[in-house]
Design a protein around this ligand. Structure first.
Ligand code: NAD
Ligand code: UDP
Ligand code: UDP
Length: 329
């Protein structure tokens, strides 16, 4: 029999980096969780530890196609997030944000579920306002290599607000800034995982440009807490709401910090800056502080230590698998 207090929650992209932490958190709170993922960039290892839980269910599904389930809440996270992954098949990237969002909004409309969209700081493009607040409309190139992601996510926000205006949907839009932590994909090209893997292997650390571009890094557990708090606000709160850690670092500073924390012998080398790479990024989180009573507290050193420990384990497993494959041969 169905419990009256247990909510049934759909997490799309639930086998990814953020999604797997979100599924874990929601199950821990006593909810029933359906993870829908096509394993495009996510993997079963991220959610294997949740499978024994009878209230956890995995559906292999591409959200560009309709999905019929009965749920109370939807967290829409399905979308490749690293530049390397989202530029690999850019048409698919736009489709997942646009067709995928339409399907999830149609589902929310039918079952009258609350729905939260994982939007991004990329909607601000290469910002001419610093720090970025939610009222800033952004500076986005509509035809560049990042546009499939940036414009896809911007269109998803439009769809969310039009479904609210047209169909009275209960929506929440979170603009997530760079987040890092355990279960980041070691090869997805994002700066934190890339620099850590390079440092652990004593390879050259590839800083793009002169490394003067800035980012702010939020530890995963704190970001997930912000998402859950936003979902649990009253229906009048829609966002868009910035979620991120407002402490700014240059990419060169990040490289130096990772070399120090890993005790690596890596050298820093400079490579060309990719086209349209945002020069500076930092969230203004005053609205999140006020509405959610939320503010990140984990320092970059503390979060990096945990991420390094995780990626060290992944690297050891990988080296072991090479040795055993060599042994068999
Ligand atoms: P991720 O690549 O680890 O996770 C994305 C997940 O979505 C993967 O499991 C992937 O297999 C799945 N997916 C992709 N296309 C799908 C489809 N068509 N149907 C079903 N599943 C699909 O990335 P992440 O870092 O966990 O990001 C999750 C969400 O948060 C994304 O929407 C991303 O845009 C957003 N976001 C993340 C960050 C960050 O720093 N991590 C920043 C801003 C926004
Ligand atoms: N949809 C879905 N699951 C549902 C309900 C709808 O995937 O439970 C999809 C459906 O395929 C449709 C989309 O959501 O294409 C948008 O639905 P909506 O009701 O907004 O529009 P319509 O069905 O009128 O095109
Ligand atoms: N970056 C870098 N070397 C790398 C990977 C990334 O210098 O090997 C830089 C990249 O140019 C960008 C920043 O790090 O300025 C963050 O890149 P990431 O891909 O993690 O995220 P995003 O650009 O989407 O914020």
């Amino acid at each position: 029999m169905r419990s009256t207090t247990r909510r049934r929650i759909l997490v799309t992209g639930g086998a990814g980096f953020l999604g797997s932490h979100l599924c874990e958190r929601l199950l821990g709170e006593g909810n029933e969780v359906i993870c829908a993922d096509n394993f495009y960039t996510g993997c079963k290892e991220n959610i294997a530890h949740l499978l024994p839980d009878p209230y956890f269910e995995v559906v292999r599904h591409d959200i560009c196609f309709p999905l019929y389930v009965e749920v109370d809440e939807i967290y829409n996270l399905a979308c490749p997030a690293s530049p390397v992954h989202y530029q690999f098949d850019p048409v698919q990237t736009t489709k997942v944000s646009v067709h995928g969002s339409i399907n999830m909004l149609g589902l929310a409309k039918r079952v009258k579920a609350r729905i939260l969209q994982a939007s991004t700081s990329e909607v601000y493009g290469d910002p001419s306002v610093h720090p970025q607040m939610e009222t800033y409309w952004g500076n986005v190139n509509p035809i560049g290599p990042r546009s499939c992601y940036d414009e896809g996510k911007r269109c998803a926000e439009t769809l969310f607000f039009d479904y609210r205006r047209q169909h009275k949907l209960r929506i929440k839009v979170a603009r997530i800034f760079n987040t890092y932590g355990p279960r980041m994909h070691p090869e997805d090209g994002r700066v934190v995982s890339t620099f850590i893997m390079q440092a652990l292997r004593n390879d050259d650390i590839t800083v793009y440009g002169e490394g003067r571009q800035t980012r702010c890094f939020c530890y995963v557990d704190e970001l997930i807490d912000g998402l859950v708090r936003l979902m649990n606000t009253g229906d009048e709160i829609t966002g868009p709401l910035n979620l991120g850690n407002p402490v700014e670092f240059t990419i060169l500073e990040l490289a130096e910090k990772i070399i120090e924390l890993t005790g690596s012998k890596s050298r820093i080398v400079f490579r060309p800056l990719p086209q349209d790479d945002p020069r500076q990024r930092m969230p203004d989180i005053s609205v999140a502080k006020k509405i959610l009573n939320w503010e990140p507290a984990v320092s970059l050193e503390e979060g990096l230590e945990k991420t390094i420990a995780y990626l060290r384990g992944v690297d050891i497993q990988y080296q072991d698998s090479l040795i055993s494959a060599g042994g068999k041969g």
